[in-house]
Design a protein around this ligand. Structure first.
Ligand code: 4AD
Ligand code: MG
Length: 451
């Protein structure tokens, strides 16, 4: 029997004998009676197991340590006056796997830093238990959103020959040094993907609306709370869509995901609200019901210019790449909610973005949100062959290896747009957890690869 099922309608099982397996979260007892908080993995809250000295192995049960795996046979007792709606009165408790004395979790709050050293047990601590289920729920929200709207899910490769973003932040793929192929395994330079975008575009020009959703890798040597070397990204691509359509899709998707998580991870969200960020539910609910503001980069520079004294980097000028303090000021102080920044100078953006009529800016958007900063980066793609070639040359890129990408502009190319949502940052936004290392099961950041 799974506790999730029992919890849905305890009255239906009142007085019935059930069999459970799970892990001990606490065990406290006196000479005559003991209480185990059991979690079987199926639901957020623990269930209380009551055992009395009539139990044949009462002494052994009293000594069961935190983290141990046990099996329980017992009777469901509905407790309308109790803290929990029901408890289990044990007839039999069997130790399935005792946790040794050096089990690293105790019944107290451990620091995030400590927990990062023990990724194999930290999912059993409440914060992580909640966040990793939310990860699963949010994944489902994303798939449901796109599948319901007829988008085709495309698996883009992890190993690739190109640096989609042109930022040179790639991890190289080689074989072992003593392997006969060495660096030449693919007979060309190979790297881990920084983005599935270039590989998903051909599919948008086939199925119209598509998305890829998978891990991406960046060798950015920036030790921040928002950057990971490996992170998941959702990258939809929409044919016959301009930047406005792109932003509409982003906004609709984010609101859908918020509502989906509030509904399907309600206990987890309530936990975050109680323990991590005291207004996280109100905050995201408000976002789900608001209209996302849109502001051009040029307008943003005006706002920053006026407030420059408050920044560490006070050198505000048109053409600059915004730093995180600037982005946060715009969404936290100026707009006080999510804001799309659009029409960035072309010199600070990727080669594939469509050049605007002014010749200086590109049809790009970044969605900035309070606490997190940049959550989404998107753009309308340059569909004009000659303009794209020109821009690549201007940026010093060689065009040969991307001829296939250019060819898409000659083989039935059309107006199209897309974006990338940082999945891990979306989790930070939903939960209020401040560090990306605490929303990823096995975080990878510079000089950090625990196992
Ligand atoms: O803005 P980015 O670099 O955009 C792209 O990669 C485009 N090719 C997307 C597209 O149009 N298909 O990355 C998109 C998002 C960012 O807004 C951010 O949320 C997240 O990915 N991101 C990171 N998340 C965690 N760690 C990092 N190092 C990240 N770099 C980007
Ligand atoms: Mg970006």
């Amino acid at each position: 029997m799974l506790l999730k099922k029992l919890k849905e309608d305890p009255a239906q099982y009142d007085g019935q004998l059930v069999e459970l397996q799970g892990w001990v979260r606490t065990n406290r007892n006196s000479k005559k009676i003991g209480f185990i908080e059991l979690n079987d993995g199926s639901t957020f809250s623990n269930t209380q197991i009551v055992y009395e000295d009539g139990l044949p192995n009462f002494a052994e049960t009293s000594k069961i340590t935190l983290g141990s795996a046990i099996g329980v046979k017992g009777t469901v007792v509905v407790t309308p006056e109790g803290k929990q709606p029901f408890e289990i009165h044990a007839d039999q408790v069997e130790v399935l796997g005792l946790a040794d004395h050096d089990y690293p979790l105790q019944k107290k709050r451990h620091s995030f830093e400590y927990m990062r050293e023990i990724p194999h047990v930290r999912p059993r601590a409440n914060t992580y238990y909640a966040i990793f289920r939310l990860r699963s729920v949010l994944s489902m929200a994303i798939h449901t959103f796109f599948q319901d709207r007829g988008f085709v899910y495309v698996h883009t490769p992890e190993i690739t020959g190109n640096d989609a973003e042109g930022a040179g932040e790639c991890f190289t793929v080689t074989t072992r040094k003593d392997d006969k192929y060495g660096d030449d395994f693919f007979s060309k330079h190979a790297q881990l993907t920084v983005s599935g975008q270039l590989h998903v575009e051909p599919f948008a020009l086939t199925y119209r609306n598509v998305y890829t959703f998978g891990p991406t890798f960046r060798a950015e040597n920036s030790n921040t709370t928002r950057h990971a070397s490996e992170f998941w990204m959702i990258e939809p691509e929409l044919a016959f869509a301009d930047l406005g359509d792109d932003m509409d899709c982003i906004e609709e998707m984010i609101k859908y995901c918020i509502n989906y998580c509030l509904e399907h991870a309600s206990e987890e969200m309530a936990f975050f609200q109680k323990m991590i960020d005291k207004d996280c539910i109100d905050r995201v609910t408000q976002v789900a019901n608001s209209h996302f503001k849109r502001m051009t980069y040029t307008e943003a520079i005006d706002h920053l210019e006026k407030a420059k004294d408050r920044f560490e980097n006070k050198d505000i000028f048109w053409g600059m790449d915004l730093q995180s303090e600037h982005e946060r000021y715009l969404c936290e102080q100026v707009v006080q909610g999510p804001v799309f920044l659009t029409d960035y100078p072309k010199d600070i953006k990727a080669f594939y973005m469509r050049v605007n009529e002014d010749g200086k800016t590109v049809a790009a958007c970044d969605l900035l949100v309070p606490y997190v900063g940049e959550l989404v980066g998107g753009s309308q793609r340059e569909e004009r062959y000659d303009v794209l070639v020109e821009r690549m040359k201007e940026m010093g890129m060689e065009t040969e290896s991307l001829q296939w990408y250019l060819d898409l502009r000659r083989f039935g190319g059309c107006k199209h747009s897309g974006f990338g949502l940082g999945f891990d940052r979306m989790l930070m936004y939903l939960s209020g957890i401040q560090n990306i290392r605490d929303v990823q099961p096995y975080p990878r950041t510079p000089r950090n690869l625990v196992f």
